[in-house]
Write a protein that binds this ligand. Sequence first.
Ligand code: PGA
Length: 247
Amino acid sequence: MRQIVLAGNWKMHKTQAETREFFAGFLPQLASLDPARQVILCVPFTDLAAALEATANTAAVSIGAQNVHWEEQGAFTGEISAAMLKELGIAYAIVGHSERREYFGDTDQTVNQRLRAAQSSGLTPILCVGESKATRDAGETEAWIFRQLQQDLVGVDQSNLIVAYEPIWAIGTGATCEAAEANRIIGLIRGKLNHPDVPIQYGGSVKPGNIDEIMAQPEIDGVLVGGASLTPDGFARIVNYQIPVEA
Ligand code: PGA
């Protein structure tokens, strides 16, 4: 059975005080959350401890990091290892987000190393893949994503993995990929994986106003949410999405 996974990615937002304030507003809105839904908040490294403390008594919410280094330790100024995250009690880490690939030099090779390091310390990585506008316009979306999967997943245990399809042109732009198209691509991604239960999320301008339509798609197992995960009310609406009942 594929797990439903609804994840927030705060990117470089929120202090510890703001983190505590978020959870004070968010957690009470989970009172009638469907227990089949796993909620994850991927917060800045400096907020991890505060987020763990705030959610210590809430089984429905897990805390994740936004990146992880591939070495266990060493002379890597500014980096954080999987073992350091695991010791804190972190369960998940985003790997290969398009912003890391674009601004911080991540390649398919380093993404692969990060995935394997995360898994070997017992974390579940959330691998992000997705095409740019230029790649889509050139008709190369499928080939681009298949190559990313092929290279990123070498030696990766797919029984402990989440994949997020995030078309770069839809991230932070308000231009959501149409739900049916996201569903189509996610179905193609599933066809390239070797484990049937890998949850595959959609990410890119997910909002309270489009979550119900996105989650109604049969191939889409969850979402990875940037901007709309920053407000307790907005993210609560997203995790409490409702599938419209057919008339
Ligand atoms: P967005 O970001 O929801 O703000 O578009 C998504 C992401 O980058 O994961």
